[in-house]
Structure formats: structure tokens, C-alpha cells
Design a protein around this ligand. Structure first.
Ligand code: EPU
Length: 301
């Protein structure tokens, strides 16, 4: 995807920095993805102007948060990627409320709240990615989900071209799914968290970290769990029972530590990973009659 020079000049006037021919393999935790132009937004209030310009110029685009739950296509990509302003994301606590920019690191947010004697988010400590990504997916782990703590979300709504503030009660948070529109852009969130002394939160964080370290391949390139768990079941256990740990397509491999983590052991391509996803899905369908749904977001052309 190429941005013409006159559009690049307008974007610069709007405070956005354009970087050309960026490899998304370097921007995602899987280490997979083709090449495109990247736009770093300088200020939140420039978002409507930038989005209008991209719409007028018919430039396809996607917002990339932490890049930790996405499988990006190979080759020359037909859309650009946008990043929220992320120099020193805002994090503020007032009583039991935490006000956090969507570009903030999720783990950093949990720690910041803990230092302010706010708990309830311990389970999310090792989930990689941004607060915006966690909101969109209703990230969860060890019995904690972000959704129930959300009181307000400020977002840019592409459908109206406006910044809007939604109350928590207006948003549906389900298992790894929310009612946000695919082109809504999360900007900030207000969370309400229970008071808890720092030491107690820290103890909970340590327990979750230990559980995660003992069961997940944290030192390998992955996007976390590749499939959602089916109702009442465990994708990881089923894949493991089928003896598929270590099964590979090229450098894409079913982790030998946790079978629902697919890892990039070297230079896996998106098509390797998709083939592996299809093969495993087919094996599970034949053995258990269950159709697994990907949890990782697929960014195909
Ligand atoms: N299991 C196996 N073999 C495996 C992996 C798991 O037998 O290779 C068994 C475990 O022994 C356990 C059961 O399957 O009895 C469930 O495993 P685990 O506790 O690891 O949890 P999970 O259901 O596989 C979910 C989330 C994780 C989250 C953990 C901890 C999904 C898809 N995954 O995993 O989230 O960290 O619980 O709460 O909901 C993610 O979203 O990317 C993710 C990693």
C-alpha cells in the first residue's frame, strides 16, 4: 500500500508520522506479517481529521495495538496500519476509578493500579498487549475479565465520524467477544476497581505469573491461544489428546508446552500458520465433532 505524496503532506500537517514499507513481522508477537506503510498518530484530537482524510482518499487502514493477538497476511498488504499516540500513555487513579489510555500496556496498567491499592485485575497480569486490545477482545485469564470493571469507554466511531463515550452498561462483554463495531477505535477507558492493599495484589500477581510460566510457552513467538475454548470444553486439552503437540507446517508448530499455543519457531509465514490451523481444526472436528473458532484475529488481504 502506498500513500501519495500530497496525502502524506496533509497527514504530516495533522501531526501524524508516516513510515513507509514497514514489516509487520516486526510488530507482532507471532513475528509474522507482510509489509505496508505505518501511520503514527501524534494526538488523540487529530484522529477524526486523519480518519476523514483516509476515507476521502479511499485508503484502507487498520489499527494495530500491541500486535499480540493478530495473524497478519504475508506479502505486500493492501491496507496501512495506524497506531494511537503512545508516548507516555495517560494513567490516572481517582478513588476506585482508573482512567487509562487505550495505548497503555495492559500489564503496566495492572501494576499501576496495584501501586495505588486497587486490585481485581491480577489475573490479567501476564496477558500481553494494549489496554485497547484487551477491551476489544474482553481479554481474560485466571478468572478475571476486563469487561466487568469497565464503566466508560471513549472511542472514535467510524460510523458517525465522531468521538463518543459509551457507558459500561451499553457495551456487551462476552467470552473473548464484545459489541464494539469492528471499526470502532478504543481511545480511553474508565475502570472501577476494588480497593486492595498493594501487598495483597502483588501476592495474587505472583500466583498468576507462576501458573502462566508453568503452563505456557512464554519465551516463544506466539499470539497466545489460537482457538477459543468451545462451550464446556478445552481446545488445548483436545489438541493435546490427539497427540498434536510438536506437529508443524514449516516453522509453524503446535507448542509442546501448551497445545492451544501455535508458535513460530523461525521464519513461519502466515500461510504456514493458516495451514496448521486448518489441519488441527479438521483433526478436532473428526475426533470430537467440535468446530473450533479462532481466538486470534486474522488480518487477511
Ligand atoms: N491442557 C492440556 N494440554 C495442554 C493444554 C491444556 O491437557 O496442552 C488442559 C489443562 O491441563 C487444563 C485444561 O486443559 O486442565 C485448560 O488449560 P489451561 O488452564 O491452560 O487453560 P486454557 O483453557 O487452555 C485459558 C485461556 C488462556 C488463559 C488461561 C488461564 C482461552 C482460549 N484460553 O486457557 O488465555 O491464559 O485459560 O486462565 O480462553 C489467550 O486468550 O490467548 C489465552 C492464552
Amino acid at each position: 500500500m502506498r500513500i501519495k505524496d500530497h496525502v502524506a503532506a496533509r497527514l504530516q500537517e495533522l501531526g501524524a508520522e508516516l513510515r513507509r514499507d514497514v514489516s509487520l513481522a516486526e510488530k507482532t508477537s507471532l513475528g509474522i506479517g507482510g509489509t505496508t506503510d505505518e501511520l503514527l498518530l501524534g494526538r488523540y484530537d487529530s484522529i477524526p481529521g486523519v480518519m476523514r482524510l483516509l476515507a476521502d482518499e479511499k485508503i484502507a487502514h487498520r489499527f494495530l495495538g500491541g500486535g499480540t493477538n493478530v495473524l497478519v497476511a504475508d506479502g505486500d498488504l493492501p491496507w496501512i496500519v495506524l497506531h494511537l499516540p503512545h508516548a507516555q500513555p495517560g494513567l490516572r487513579v481517582e478513588g476506585n476509578a482508573a482512567y487509562v489510555d487505550a495505548s497503555a500496556d495492559l500489564g503496566g496498567m495492572v501494576t499501576f493500579c496495584a501501586k495505588n491499592d486497587l486490585g481485581g485485575m491480577e489475573g490479567l497480569i501476564g496477558v500481553p498487549g494494549s489496554v485497547g486490545g484487551a477491551l476489544r477482545m474482553n481479554a481474560g485469564a485466571y478468572g478475571t475479565q476486563i469487561g466487568p470493571h469497565v464503566r466508560e469507554v471513549e472511542l472514535y466511531r467510524a460510523a458517525t465520524g465522531q468521538m463518543e463515550t459509551l457507558r459500561g452498561s451499553e457495551i456487551r462483554f462476552d467470552y473473548r467477544h464484545t459489541s464494539f463495531a469492528p471499526d470502532d477505535v478504543m481511545l480511553r477507558v474508565k475502570l472501577e476497581l476494588p480497593s486492595k492493599p498493594f501487598k495483597e495484589v502483588l501476592a495474587g500477581i505472583r500466583v498468576c505469573n507462576e501458573k502462566r510460566r508453568s503452563s505456557q510457552p512464554l519465551n516463544q513467538k506466539s499470539a497466545g491461544c489460537i482457538f477459543k475454548n468451545p462451550a464446556g470444553g478445552s481446545a488445548g486439552r483436545m489438541i493435546d489428546e490427539l497427540g498434536l503437540k510438536g506437529h508443524r507446517v514449516g516453522d509453524a508448530m503446535v507448542s509442546d508446552r501448551h497445545a492451544n499455543f501455535f508458535v513460530n519457531t523461525g521464519h513461519a509465514s502466515c500461510s504456514d500458520m493458516l495451514k496448521l490451523v486448518d489441519e488441527v481444526r479438521e483433526r478436532v472436528r473428526r475426533a470430537y465433532g467440535v468446530e473450533l473458532e479462532t481466538e486470534v484475529i486474522l488480518w487477511q488481504n
